[in-house]
Ligand binder design. Structure first.
Ligand code: ADP
Ligand code: MG
Length: 236
């Protein structure tokens, strides 16, 4: 049987932040790994070890200092802003705080349709259908579209954030501490939702958490980070 192609291939990735007195902080230090199509790679490590820096570097939400990020055979760090914009349709990220990341002044329908408008996907009617479809996919009633984020619980808001991340049908998703702010009982609901969607949609997932018990549930392989490096990577 043919091996699955790596979707993401990261080589010698490093990120320095400017530190006090001109001394740089190496938050990411020579990190290399790959993720196969459809695989779930968990990234675990204590707070401050560089997990978010890694996730954001992959999407160039921050610019890495050195290294290669190959996605579907293309070297992302050499792409122009415009080329990166079209790639971002395919690569999405969910953050820890669903309230901070959802615009409180917009209705949920507006929040979910925005990526479709930005990337000019389909007609106006197609876009509205897609919003209804994606709400159903994450287990929210269609009527949620006319309500505001503050009208929802933390778990429901994270469902909205997941819906937004999936509305463009991405192939690759990063979840950065996506359940860490939630009550433990709600955490498992959201993990189950993510797990189910990942399988059903065949998404490749980089799942970041400081919590090994959370990572274990969802990952095919786990990478352990310590002080900016991957110190161990392997099957669960
Ligand atoms: P994690 O997500 O694992 O908690 P981060 O990637 O957020 O870790 O941070 C890694 C290291 O980089 C930490 O020492 C943090 O203080 C530092 N760091 C993160 N963001 C910045 C920034 N914008 N400027 C300077 N240092 C930063
Ligand atoms: Mg973090």
């Amino acid at each position: 049987m043919a091996e699955k192609m790596p979707l993401l291939n990261v080589k010698h990735l490093s990120k320095d932040y400017p530190g006090v007195g001109g001394k740089a902080v190496r938050a990411l230090n020579d990190v290399s790994f790959s993720i196969a199509e459809g695989e779930v790679l968990g990234v675990v490590g204590e707070s401050g070890c560089g997990k978010s820096t890694l996730g954001r570097s992959l999407l160039r939400l921050i610019e890495p200092t050195e290294g290669v990020v190959e996605y579907a055979g293309r070297d992302l760090l050499t792409l122009s802003k415009q080329e990166m914009k079209s790639i971002r349709q395919d690569m999405q990220i969910i953050f820890q705080d669903p309230f901070g990341s959802l615009n409180p002044r917009h209705r949920v329908g507006g929040i979910l349709i925005e990526p479709l408008n930005v990337h000019r996907v389909g007609s106006r009617i197609d876009r509205r259908h897609r919003v209804a479809e994606i709400l159903e996919l994450v287990g929210l009633p269609a009527a949620s579209a006319t309500r505001y984020p503050h009208e929802f619980s933390g778990g429901q808001r994270q469902r909205i954030a997941i819906a937004r991340s999936l509305v463009l049908n991405p192939q690759f998703l990063i979840a950065d501490e996506a359940v860490s702010a939630l009550d433990v009982s709600i955490q498992s609901q959201i993990i189950n939702l993510l797990c189910g969607l990942q399988k059903r949609l065949g998404i490749t997932l980089l799942f970041i958490s400081h919590d090994l018990s959370v990572i274990r549930h969802i990952s095919d392989r786990i990478a352990v980070m310590y002080l900016g490096r991957i110190v161990e990577i392997g099957a669960v």
